[in-house]
Design a protein around this ligand. Structure first.
Ligand code: AMP
Ligand code: GLY
Length: 431
């Protein structure tokens, strides 16, 4: 099987790494890829914002399956362009993509299908949004979300009226998030631990791909601003069989049914971001792709014929397919550049990549570039370093032994990725 993986981050490096080890894969192309992927796949430049150019590449390279890493090409209609041309693609069409690219559409969809989520209002005028803020008593915070894609930064949890009003004005008047802020979702604040569950969908069926917990804040103990994710572990000790049965029947099956009723069966990865509240699991958001850094900790635990399963999903043939999880635990630590998430530096030489791998870690590249035979930084999140072991303690130790071998000017990372898993397994109360 000849597979094209689209994207250039740590998630895509993990997909390429997993596929490179698959006996059914005979050819592997990454577009545009990164220096980490270049060791495993042929990297080909492509403009991911141009669906026709991506289709032309898939045709020219005679690929059997295209696997989409990031959400943006899907929101631009890549899934429909491929399917109209009869080319196999793992990723939804525009209606499915809107479950992630429009929080408004996602909330309306959840309301229509009775999917548990935070109570919400949609506001497309400043006055309506301010009236919504005025109605709230601030006994609990109010959550204000820009409708469109905002790179994980379009959410404000406002503790008081003044900051809620400021958030509304920033989004709607100052357009801090650009057009994404033209409409807002204003919703109740939920509390509880956050868990992500991943599924592979063929339009009719969903094969579970395990669970993970991300660490969105930049600093230890979940302090500081939100990022794209500073580390993750898999599986989540909080994901019990009962909880997963609930997620399947109340969330995943309704998504599949709803998308079929809308005329666009949902094909691709489905990433369900959940908050485990006292009233049960509720959806924080859907993503229509794998998570980053979650893919880096989930994929090393997935056994079986992954490439065949991906192709079966793209072709509506998942009946009878399952992928087993290994008993391993994975802990992945993101190493980021100075200034991330507000800004980031580039061009700093990275030392110790081989030494980190020699500690038994998996080293996934995200923001790296090749520069005269050296690997240098090229963006906010630079690497994900993953430890895989029989226990979370051992996986965490391995991951950090690897991190401690890497050096570049301005590197920053969290020291506590994996601790929540260890605490949960020991039965401690966490949140
Ligand atoms: P999102 O971009 O929707 O995933 O939101 C980013 C982060 O904001 C989530 O990971 C949560 O930590 C937090 N968040 C979003 N919605 C809510 C909510 N309704 N209640 C509490 N926290 C939320
Ligand atoms: N780590 C969060 C995401 O991939 O959206």
């Amino acid at each position: 099987m000849n597979i094209l993986v689209l994207g250039s981050g740590g998630r895509e490096h993990a997909l390429v790494w997993r596929l490179a080890a698959d006996p059914d894969v005979t050819g592997l192309i990454a577009a545009p890829g990164n220096p980490g992927m270049a060791a495993l796949a042929r990297c080909v430049p492509v403009d991911l914002t141009d669906p026709q150019a991506v289709l032309d590449l898939a045709r020219r390279e005679r690929v059997d399956l295209t696997v989409v890493g990031p959400e943006a090409p899907l929101a631009l209609g890549l899934g429909a362009v491929f399917r109209q041309a009869g080319a196999a693609i793992l990723g939804p069409g525009p209606l499915g993509a809107a479950l992630e690219s429009s929080k408004v559409q996602a909330k309306h969809f959840m309301a229509q299908y009775g999917i548990p989520t935070a109570r919400f209002a949609v506001c497309d005028e400043l006055d309506a949004a301010l009236a919504e803020v005025a109605r709230h008593d601030f006994a609990s915070p109010l959550v204000i979300k820009a409708d469109g894609l905002a790179g994980g930064k379009g959410v404000v949890i406002a503790e008081d009226r003044a900051s809620a009003e400021a958030a509304v004005r920033a989004a709607m008047v100052d357009r801090t998030f650009g057009e994404a802020g033209a409409r807002l979702v204003i919703e109740e604040c939920l509390s509880g631990p956050e868990v992500s569950a991943f599924y592979l969908c063929d339009g009719y069926r969903a094969v579970p791909l395990s669970t993970a917990q991300d660490h969105k804040r930049i600093f230890d103990a979940d302090r500081g601003p939100n990022t794209g994710g500073m580390g993750a572990f898999s599986p989540s000790p909080l994901a019990t069989p009962d909880m997963l049965a609930f997620v399947r029947s109340r969330i995943v099956e309704p998504v599949l049914r709803g998308m079929r009723e809308a005329g666009e069966p949902y094909v691709g990865f489905l990433y369900v971001s959940l908050m485990l509240t006292d009233d049960g699991p509720k959806v924080i958001e859907f993503n229509v792709r794998f998570g980053d850094p979650e893919a880096q900790v989930v994929l090393p635990r997935l056994e079986g014929r992954f490439a065949q399963a991906l192709r079966a999903a793209a072709e509506g043939r998942l009946a009878g397919v399952s992928l087993q999880e290994s008993a391993d635990r994975c802990v992945g630590v993101v190493v980021a550049s100075r200034g991330y998430p507000a800004s980031s530096e580039s061009g700093r030489p990275i030392e110790g990549l081989d030494a980190a791998a020699a500690e038994g870690t998996l080293v996934f590249h995200a923001g790296t570039a090749a520069d005269n035979g050296r690997i240098v930084t090229a963006g906010g999140r630079v690497l994900t370093i993953v430890g895989r072991a029989a226990s979370f303690e051992a996986a965490m130790q391995t991951a950090y032994r690897g991190v401690d071998r890497v050096r570049f000017d301005g590197m920053q990372f969290r020291r506590d990725i994996g601790q929540k898993a260890i605490a949960a397994e020991s039965g401690a109360e966490i949140r």
